[in-house]
Design a protein around this ligand. Structure first.
Ligand SMILES: Nc1ncnc2c1ncn2[C@@H]1O[C@H](COP(=O)(O)OP(=O)(O)O)[C@@H](O)[C@H]1O
Ligand SMILES: [Mg+2]
Length: 337
């Protein structure tokens, strides 16, 4: 067996005339974590469902923990845990009944069921809800129960589709901590999709960015961030609005653009030379009262929004400053339409 927990090659899925997932390929090393990012409708959930053998790919292969999702779906299911986008349960069952039911579905040996159930309930913090009806659960508790049932198989690979969707900040934080703990203690491979980009940054080593069914970027977050732009963004806040300073900075060689919002200037400058000292000097020479001055990091959000094109035709020139060549190649290879 190779070192990959997940090996997806050329995966595609049609819904009627819509190609929801188009020729997607990626690999995830055992023990690492991979984030699927993309706007609504990008194809993340469909990709998840194919990887967990809930729907059949129209073409391509997905090998999960060494098993082919089409040829050995039951093997795949017994090695993974899956938390769906909106985990749904029988509302009239108790927590314990729900987990016993899942144990039966998973063929967990009868004499091991209680141990596993106690263990997963302890992990997700629902031990004291063992006899509570699931119908009375809050959304946060349903997510926890979703994770508990996914862990019953003692999975090697965990698939989490939007694990914090709809949770309040506290619920989201504790879910994040739980996922990180599972990674560290159990060495499970984690695949998760999310809109919450800092969360993906906190958990994932690698990300795949999906757009209209295509995988348009596959990279580490650090690398994406450092290469996603050929320019630097600098933010300068002055004590009061001052158009003259903005105008003076626009004339500096290497400064591409200066946007004014009240007393704040957003300065875009070339990257190959650090122009900050020169910009600062020029501002002071123009009597600017500078309150703060600093580099603005590309947020993953900026990167995501710049990478996902609403239309393949708007990719080249106007975006070329934003997408590194390696990503461009990937985008072009993946765009067959
Ligand atoms: N069961 C389905 N039948 C028809 N179209 C679907 C179905 N599921 C998803 N789609 C469509 O496929 C595309 C990808 O959806 P999805 O995989 O859910 O994206 P994401 O999870 O990234 O939001 C969307 O355009 C969606 O409307
Ligand atoms: Mg989805």
């Amino acid at each position: 067996m190779n070192d990959f927990a997940v090996d997806v090659q050329g995966l595609s899925k049609w819904y009627g005339n819509l190609k929801a997932v188009d020729n997607v390929s990626f690999q995830v090393h055992k023990g690492s974590s991979f984030g699927l990012l993309g706007l609504n409708g990008a194809g993340k959930t469909t990709t998840f469902k194919m990887m967990v053998s809930l729907i059949r790919p129209d073409s391509g292969t997905a090998i999960i923990s060494g098993y082919d999702v089409v040829k050995a779906p039951m093997k795949v299911r017994s090695h993974i845990g899956y938390v769906a986008e909106n985990p749904a349960f029988y509302t009239r069952k108790t927590t314990l009944e729900t987990l016993r039911y899942v144990c039966r579905l998973l063929d967990v040996p009868i004499n091991d069921q209680n141990r596993r159930i106690d263990y997963v309930l302890g992990l997700v913090g629902l031990t004291d809800k063992k006899n509570a009806l699931v119908g009375g659960y809050s959304r946060g508790m349903r997510h926890r129960l979703g994770l508990a049932q996914a862990l019953l198989s003692e999975p090697q690979v965990l698939f989490l589709d939007e694990p914090t969707l709809g949770l309040d900040p506290l619920g989201a934080k504790s879910m994040r901590e739980l996922i990180l703990r599972l990674r560290q203690e159990k060495e499970v491979t984690v695949l998760m999709s999310s809109h919450v980009l800092p969360e993906v940054e906190a958990i994932c080593d690698m990300v795949g960015i999906f757009d209209h069914g295509h995988l348009v970027a596959l990279d580490t977050i650090d690398h994406l961030r450092s290469t996603a732009s050929n320019s630097l963004n600098i933010e300068m806040v002055m004590a009061e609005p001052d158009q003259q300073v903005a105008q003076a900075l626009r004339l500096l060689p290497g400064v591409n653009q200066v946007e004014v919002s009240g007393a704040k200037l957003d300065i875009n400058a070339i990257k190959n030379e650090d122009l900050r000292p020169r910009i600062m000097k020029e501002a002071v020479a123009n009597n600017a009262n500078v309150l703060s001055f600093g580099l603005k990091e590309n947020s993953l959000e900026d990167i995501l929004l710049h990478l996902v094109a609403s239309d393949a035709s708007d990719l080249p020139e106007q975006r070329s400053g934003l997408i590194p060549t390696s990503l461009f190649r990937l985008i072009q290879n993946n765009r067959r339409d």
